[in-house]
Design a protein around this ligand. Structure first.
Ligand code: HEM
Length: 257
């Protein structure tokens, strides 16, 4: 047992593992404490280049933003995939809860892009050349997002069909279909967050390498600008335009003031 009057740092020489002592690790695996063992911090923190391996000091910043983004994207895509299953199981409140997390994850990775603007464009040149053909198009997290988004869109359409509604009817009679309406709004937010991330990423890229350059996989930066205009769940956006048309048509016919 450790002497309670003497603080013992986990993993220090005087730390003799004792399962009855809450400061002693009880989990299996490498790491001096259960914190390090559970979170596998040894492996996590070994994933970035050591200073001696870096071509530029800013490589740590660059890797941190990318690796952290991959984790948030993994969480986001997992939650969206599970939310799609819940929608098919008609558990809309739980699907909404998971979608909220997914939306927050995208907000976080969008905010993190700010850190890349702290890199000077001249300094970034040195990093750019050690990326090989590494390109964001191969981001596992973003690819997973691209896979699950149409899947949840389809699950939402099945839910609408079960309720015998189309999107404009849902918006016009939202109070009668509260959960479905909330779901439509949260899915719109999810798509909006992808859009906002893409726009922010584009402006960060433009700041780092300009709009006239070619990316590490040969893609002109301007292509990224065009991708900003893409919607993943276009029906949600089209419905809004239809609402404008419907309203104006009814107003012209004297049905709306
Ligand atoms: C200074 C920082 C960055 C630069 C200069 C940069 C540059 C680029 C470029 C030039 C492309 C076009 C593809 C190509 O490489 O040829 C691209 C695409 C992409 N990048 Fe980045 N990027 C940066 C940061 C990030 C970060 C932090 C992420 C986070 C995961 C990311 C994810 C992506 C994704 C997902 C794409 C595909 C774009 C899409 O589908 O809209 N990038 N990036």
């Amino acid at each position: 047992m450790s002497d309670p009057s003497e603080p013992v740092l986990p993993g220090s020489a005087s730390d003799q593992s004792d399962p009855s002592d809450p400061s002693d690790p009880v989990l299996p695996g490498p790491g001096a404490s259960d914190y390090e063992r559970y979170l596998r911090t040894d492996e996590l923190l070994a994933l970035q280049k050591e200073p001696g391996e870096q071509v530029h000091h800013d490589e740590l910043l660059f890797s941190t933003v990318h690796q952290a983004s991959e984790l948030w994207l993994k969480l986001a895509a997992t939650e969206v995939g599970q939310a799609a299953v819940l929608i098919d199981g008609e558990d809309l409140p739980e699907a909404l809860r998971l979608l909220r997390r997914a939306v927050l994850s995208l907000q976080y990775i969008t905010a993190q892009l700010e850190m890349l603007n702290e890199m000077d464009p001249w300094d970034y040149q040195q990093i750019r050349v050690v990326l090989g053909h590494g390109s964001g198009f191969d981001s596992p997290g973003f690819r997973q997002v691209a896979r699950v988004t149409p899947r949840i869109g389809a699950a939402f359409e099945r839910a609408l069909k079960r309720a015998g509604l189309d999107l404009t009817e849902l918006y016009r009679h939202r109070r009668e279909h509260e959960d479905l309406h909330q779901l439509a709004e949260r899915l719109t937010e999810w798509d909006e967050r992808i859009w906002v991330w893409r726009f922010r990423h584009y402006s960060v890229v433009a700041r780092a390498i300009g709009e006239q350059s070619i990316g590490t996989q040969g893609t002109p930066v301007q292509v990224l600008g065009k991708l900003v205009a893409q919607r993943q769940l276009p029906k949600l956006w089209e419905a809004r335009s239809r609402l404008v048309e419907l309203f104006d048509a009814e107003r012209a016919a004297g049905g709306q003031d």
